[in-house]
Design a protein around this ligand. Structure first.
Ligand SMILES: *[C@@H]1O[C@H](CO)[C@@H](O)[C@H](O)[C@H]1NC(C)=O
Ligand SMILES: *[C@@H]1O[C@H](CO)[C@@H](O)[C@H](O)[C@H]1NC(C)=O
Ligand SMILES: *[C@@H]1O[C@H](CO)[C@@H](O)[C@H](O)[C@H]1NC(C)=O
Ligand SMILES: *[C@@H]1O[C@H](CO)[C@@H](O)[C@H](O)[C@H]1NC(C)=O
Length: 582
């Protein structure tokens, strides 16, 4: 019953909110098995299960009209700052470098002396940003955060295509560059952190192989051939760039490119499973850019082993969309479907669902929210990724409830006013908001005489769970403190305050999220584990509760490093705290 109803509770809550004592009603409403709920349910005529809430919820707020650069790539760091970067080779940005510094680069095409920044560090709490200095071109690259919280970025274009760059956050820190850090040039590759803390870098334009970083291991010097990337390259469109890569619970890598997927044992360079093609056979990767998530991992057994994993892929553009847009200025409607597959099944099959709203979406970003639901945000309704090829912005985000029954998994949320097209990004921050930035389908910064002007703003989207009506049930973590280091399989005591003093023990969960690196509509390393608390007890007065939770048992489930830990109560998440799993 609960799973079917979840998309509707917000609608019902909104009705109830207009009456007095609304918050107590909301609390009652959110206890799915209460008699109150059942009676009201019978009284209210609900839409059929496939319908969606039409009047959206969720709030948009403009944070900065301009951060001076296009947010083509974004990563949240454990300091609650966001590392943002664009590219260096298409002219001046709108942000000067401080201290009269300039970059002199004879290889540059547009300006050989450039005194503007192409990267910033944005501070979430103060809503401020500072320019950073890049030496080489970081365009359309990839990255992962290392175990100690350093962002390790790989590749780019031209003088930057084999460079590795690192950024460790501190008040005055800046980029460090490692020339020749990669075995081969990487442009449009996908990175994933591995259980031993290294990262694997998969593909990139005309690179049908993968490699590892750092190179301090004997086996890490080379690039390893991956014929799957040859098999998935379309002649004129490629459609296999920025492949969707996820670490499976058995340690293999799930790799999706174009319309195909495999499991790769990267330790033996062996494909251990080939999945059926995605139904419809349309491509989902760049430039037919869809997006993908690993659905939050849950333990189905009392011993906290995680044995199942599912992948969800949404949107994209039909085969030929890029060519049609480029050669004929014809902008084909984007794909309306999502396809979901249990990658741990012996005989897995794709299950197809249709996104609501009557139109498709390409270049959407799929983000895991703290309560385990999936947000689909940004993107276009027709055309293709690439210069000037997207049309028909899709302004309303969707939320996908993975645990609901098929047919009642989507809800349409409140729309933004700002198109977020090619080269836009979105990331979740610790307080539960989603920051959205970027959009630049032009070769340079262009603010006039174009359909979608270069967008330098940052907006915050506050999903419905942040509404004030839920303050009473929202947990507030009062212990442990942020920055806590935990081991694998360690039992941790967590203490929360719940303002209402009434905690529905069966509806408390803990989620841990690896904050992803987002670019080109894919969030690399995005990974969430759902942990079940035990021994929930009331301590220190009526509104404080303590419980135990056991951290993931192995680095295969959660590669070492920083995670955000949230406590979720009746679907309403707390603010996160940072933990470091080592
Ligand atoms: C939708 O967004 C607009 C603009 O931010 C806001 O005025 C309105 O209240 C929002 N609607 C809901 C239902 O939250
Ligand atoms: C960026 O700078 C250009 C040139 O100075 C100016 O025309 C434009 O309005 C600026 N854009 C933003 C968003 O600040
Ligand atoms: C912006 O794009 C328009 C249309 O393509 C073009 O005419 C104009 O020169 C461009 N402006 C800049 C600053 O590149
Ligand atoms: C927590 O509960 C488990 C099983 O219910 C029990 O074995 C364990 O001793 C409890 N821990 C504490 C600290 O009470």
């Amino acid at each position: 019953m609960m799973v079917i109803l979840r998309p509707y509770y917000l609608t019902i809550s909104l009705l109830i909110l207009t009456s007095p004592n609304s918050s107590s009603y909301v609390n009652k409403m959110r206890q799915p098995f209460s008699i109150f709920f059942t009676i009201l349910l019978l009284a209210v005529t609900l839409p059929p299960p496939c319908a969606v809430v039409s009047a959206g919820s969720g709030q948009w707020q403009l944070l900065q009209k301009s951060i001076g650069i296009v947010a083509m790539h974004m990563q949240l760091l454990h300091t609650d700052t966001i590392l943002i970067f664009d590219r260096t080779d298409f002219g001046l940005s709108n942000l000067s470098l401080p201290g009269g510094r300039c970059r002199h680069d004879p290889n540059e095409r547009v300006v050989k002396t450039d005194c503007t920044a192409h990267s910033v560090e944005y501070d979430v709490a103060s809503n401020t940003f500072r320019p950073l200095f890049l030496q080489t071109n970081i365009w359309c690259s990839s990255a992962s955060v290392a175990v100690d919280g350093t962002l390790v970025q790989t590749g780019g274009f031209n003088d930057g295509d084999r460079v590795v760059r690192t950024f460790f956050p501190c008040a005055t820190c800046d980029w460090k560059e490692i020339p020749g850090g990669l075995a081969v040039r990487r442009w449009y590759a996908t990175n994933h952190k591995l259980p031993d803390g290294r990262q694997i870098i998969v593909g990139g334009r005309r690179q049908f192989n993968y490699e590892f970083y750092p190179k301090s291991y004997a086996t890490a010097k080379n690039a390893y051939s991956l014929p799957f990337l040859v098999q998935t390259t379309d002649l004129f469109e490629e459609n296999n760039l920025y492949p969707f890569v996820f670490l499976n619970v058995d340690g293999t890598l799930f790799i999706f490119a174009n319309n195909k997927a495999i499991l790769l044992d990267y330790t033996k360079n062996t494909v251990v499973k080939t999945f059926p093609n995605i139904p419809g056979n349309d491509p989902r990767c760049y430039p037919s850019t869809g997006s993908a998530v690993l659905i939050p991992l849950r333990s189905k057994t009392p011993d906290f082993s995680f044995t199942e994993a599912e992948v969800l892929i949404c949107g994209g553009a039909p085969r030929g969309a890029y060519t049609q847009a480029k050669r004929k200025r014809t902008f084909i409607g984007a794909l309306t479907t999502c396809a979901r597959i249990k990658i741990t099944d012996p005989n897995p099959t794709w299950v197809v669902e249709t996104m609501p709203g009557g139109k498709g979406r390409l270049m959407g970003d799929m983000l895991l929210l703290p309560n385990g639901n999936v947000l689909i945000i940004n993107g276009a309704g027709s055309g293709s990724a690439g210069w000037e090829y997207g049309r028909d912005p899709v302004l309303a985000p969707l939320v996908y409830y993975p645990d609901n029954n098929p047919g009642s998994r989507f809800e349409i949320l409140n729309a933004s006013n700002t198109p977020r097209m090619y080269h836009s990004t979105a990331i979740l921050v610790r307080d539960g908001r989603v920051l959205v930035a970027g959009s630049n389908p032009h070769v340079g910064y262009n603010f006039s005489h174009v359909i979608f002007p270069t967008e330098l703003s940052i907006e915050a989207f506050s999903p419905p769970y942040l509404e004030a009506a839920f303050q009473n049930v929202r947990p507030r973590i009062v212990g442990p403190v942020s920055g806590t280091r935990v081991a694998y399989g360690q039992t941790v005591k967590v203490r929360v305050d719940v303002a209402s003093g009434s905690l529905v023990r069966s509806l408390v969960r803990v989620t841990v999220l690896a904050p992803p690196f987002n670019t080109h509509s894919f969030s690399m390393n995005q990974r969430m584990l759902v942990l079940e608390p035990s021994n929930v007890t009331n301590v220190d007065g009526p509104t404080t509760f303590e419980f135990e939770v056991t951290t993931p048992g192995s680095p295969v489930l959660a590669p070492p490093g920083f995670y955000l830990l949230f406590v979720v109560h009746q679907e309403i998440p707390s603010e996160g705290i940072w933990i470091q799993i080592l």
